[in-house]
Write a protein that binds this ligand. Structure first.
Ligand code: ZN
Length: 605
């Protein structure tokens, strides 16, 4: 199947991207070097301005000074993103590009400087008294970005004085973040001994994990057991890194007088605790019906009860393939039924070569979408080998790109959206294509395969991610009392998995806390519930679009445009007229997944 796709001559759309229109010359680009130098110069200038900014003792000039600062900072934020996107593209397209790796270091440096400037800036904004502030943000230049500015003040209000925050950040490099690096080092060194057909081989963690979706159960089981053993061996080290990472985080919270472990993740995601609770309540109340999916899948696989290592197993083989151009045309056709603007946008992305999809060695694995807000362009990165799942990934990334596209004319300060809404447009785009694929399937077997693929995702959001959330929450609560022993970590993981999977599996994965990178990320705490939020939020919009029909496109675009300047409750109320703190919206979204389940059960009869 790959042979046919690899021969890309004669394709209508070129599957390699054009970066030269942005900065010519790749990682050697002189234009780009100059661009970086100018950012550095302007950052120095901004830094001086921010340091001199004196909102308390200079009340007369305050308004003018603030407007001036915003006018300096906003374009600089756009240029920083532009540079950052270019560096991401360079390092992804060729992992051996040494100059690109150097640029990655440069980027971290610049980002740290910018963060420092913003820390000082937001502390100063927070010094302005409430009355003065409410008058200030009515200024025509500030009104538009008032959500962002208010958020800066809120963050400053919840932080320590800036000198202490700066000290904290400096200590975190070799403290907090170092634990994450340590974790990655331990995992990177792990070698998984594996036996197939009597031959001994050695696999990386990633390679062994891939075997968990193998069609042969013996291989899956073998990979699972071997992985358990290896994680068990390393759990002492990993348990220490996790405990210390968590300890650092909790110390910071204590000093900032944050009394709840969900305070930071909720603030980052601009959402209320009531919304999070409503979402999990709706899921908990409705997820039991998916146990019938486990039972059906078990019987299709010919086993009595499903185990953790059967979740990703394929129930059928499919040989349906699409050339890149066929994939592109499939996407555009089905986007058009939903939103002509989305289809036109996708067409432009294919024609102007905004997508790097070629299947070749030397590329980084995975996929992403990154934006160039200065050039008002986006780039998508992935490896396309012709499967339906590749087409869905392509649609997913195009959804991200469209999200950015509708925000192009907004100030940089209004383009920053959080992780929970970041997946709205992408999930929706993917859903459109996945549903079209099910509808267009040629055989019953193919249809079943595609529906099962959708259900696997649903289970991941409702159960796997739920277990991660419950585990992280309980672990942090216990960590507040002291070091949590390794045996207790295993116990907690098992307990939360059983609960999240409705006690429906034969065997669970007690060392999952060690193997899942997300628990060890320091940049974003609770790297779990925003996934489920994004999935259900976009499903809710999808349900709405089916009800509204043609009128929906404009209101959908308006919603996307507001994702960077509203909290999620206001966003949903304004554009969907729903209250996210109540389970109703979430239940409606879950019902769409139940429909998939019903269809799956009916076909597999
Ligand atoms: Zn995404």
């Amino acid at each position: 199947m790959k042979k046919e796709v690899k021969k890309l001559t004669g394709e209508k759309y070129d599957p390699t991207w054009d970066l030269d229109v942005i900065f010519p010359g790749g990682s050697d680009s002189e234009t780009f070097q100059k661009f970086i130098q100018e950012i550095e110069t302007d950052m120095m200038f901004l830094s001086n301005k921010v340091n001199k900014f004196d909102p308390v003792n200079d009340p007369i000039l305050l308004e003018d000074e603030l407007v001036k600062l915003v006018k300096l900072m906003d374009p600089l934020m756009k240029r920083m993103r532009e540079a950052s996107a270019f560096i991401s593209c360079l390092s992804a397209q060729n992992v051996n590009d040494k100059k690109a790796s150097l640029l990655l270091t440069k980027r971290s440096e610049l980002q740290a400087k910018m963060d420092g400037i913003q820390t000082i800036w937001q502390q100063k904004l927070n010094e302005i008294d409430e009355n003065r502030w409410s008058a200030l943000i009515k200024h025509p230049h500030l009104k538009e970005i008032s959500f962002y500015l208010n958020e800066r003040r809120l963050i400053a209000e919840n932080s320590l004085p800036s000198s202490e925050e700066i000290l904290l950040n400096d200590l975190a490099v070799d403290g907090y973040h170092a634990w994450n690096h340590m974790y990655q080092t331990i995992v990177g060194k792990m070698i998984i001994p594996f036996k197939t057909d009597g031959k001994k081989t050695h696999l990386s963690v990633g390679q062994a994990t891939n075997l968990l979706s193998h069609s042969n159960r013996k291989i899956r089981q073998n990979a699972f057991r071997t992985l358990q053993q290896e994680w068990e061996k390393n759990s002492d080290l990993i348990g220490h890194t996790l405990n210390h990472l968590a300890g650092f985080r909790l110390q910071v919270y204590k000093h900032r007088q944050w009394n709840h472990i969900l305070k930071e993740p909720l603030m980052i995601n601009r959402m209320k605790k009531a919304t999070l609770d409503a979402m999990w309540t709706a899921i908990t109340n409705k997820k039991q019906v998916f146990v019938t999916y486990f039972e059906k899948k078990a019987s299709l696989l010919g086993v009595k009860k499903l185990s953790f290592y059967d979740l990703a197993a394929p129930i059928a083989e499919t040989n349906q393939t699409f050339t890149f151009t066929e994939g592109a045309e499939f996407i555009m056709k089905h986007f058009r039924n939903f939103s002509p603007q989305m289809a036109d946008f996708a067409k432009q992305a294919f024609e102007k070569r905004w997508i790097e999809a070629e299947d070749r060695p030397g590329k980084r694995p995975g996929g992403f979408c990154t934006s160039f807000p200065e050039s008002k362009q986006t780039r998508i990165f992935m490896t396309y080998s012709g499967s339906m799942s590749n087409v869905a990934t392509l649609a997913h990334e195009l959804g991200h790109a469209f999200h950015q596209h509708v925000m192009n004319d907004l100030p940089a300060m209004n383009q920053r959206y959080a992780m929970n809404v970041a997946e709205t447009a992408s999930t929706l785009a993917e859903m459109i294509v996945a549903d079209a694929a099910v509808e267009n399937a040629n055989t019953k077997k193919e249809k079943l395969f595609l529906l099962e693929d959708k259900l696997q995702r649903t289970i991941a959001f409702f159960m796997n991610i739920h277990a991660r959330f419950l585990f992280e929450k309980r672990f942090y609560e216990e960590r507040m009392q002291g070091f949590v022993p390794i045996s207790r970590l295993n116990e907690l993981m098992l307990e939360t998995q059983k609960e999240a999977y409705c006690h429906a599996l034969e065997e669970y994965d007690p060392t999952f806390w060690a193997s899942k990178l997300h628990f060890h990320i320091t940049g974003t705490p609770f790297y779990n519930f925003p996934y489920t939020f994004g999935y259900l939020f976009s499903l809710g919009i999808y349900a709405e679009s089916k009800e509204k029909g043609d009128d929906f496109e404009m209101s959908y675009i308006q919603l996307l445009r507001d994702t960077g300047r509203m909290n999620v409750e206001d966003l949903a109320l304004k554009h969907l007229q729903v209250d996210l703190t109540q389970p109703v919206f979430w239940e409606k979204a879950i019902d769409l997944c139940v429909q998939d389940l019903e269809q799956f059960l009916a076909i597999s009869e």
